[in-house]
Design a protein around this ligand. Structure first.
Ligand code: ZN
Length: 85
């Protein structure tokens, strides 16, 4: 009799563990989907044409740039202060 009870409890334990892990995996997948909002807004750098999330881009005078160096280059090439040529 004790053996049967042992197997029933073991089966119940495995079942509960399986259910818990399945639920945890589902929640994990939902979290991963929720923590990836970068897909929504993509903008393109005016200098190197690379696509990047809007939150990481630098916006100046209606133009997007991927980094400070490209912002300066973009501003310099379109701006009025051309010292190079
Ligand atoms: Zn760039």
């Amino acid at each position: 009799m004790g053996k049967i009870l042992f197997w029933i409890l073991l089966g119940l334990g495995i079942y509960l563990l399986y259910r818990a892990s399945k639920r945890r995996n589902q929640r994990h997948a939902e979290d991963r989907r929720a923590s990836a909002p970068e897909v929504e807004d993509m903008v393109r750098c005016e200098v190197c044409q690379v696509n990047l999330p809007r939150s990481e881009a630098i916006l100046t005078h209606g133009h997007f740039y991927c980094c400070e160096a490209h912002r300066q280059r973009g501003e310099g090439s379109t701006g009025s202060n051309n010292h190079d040529q």
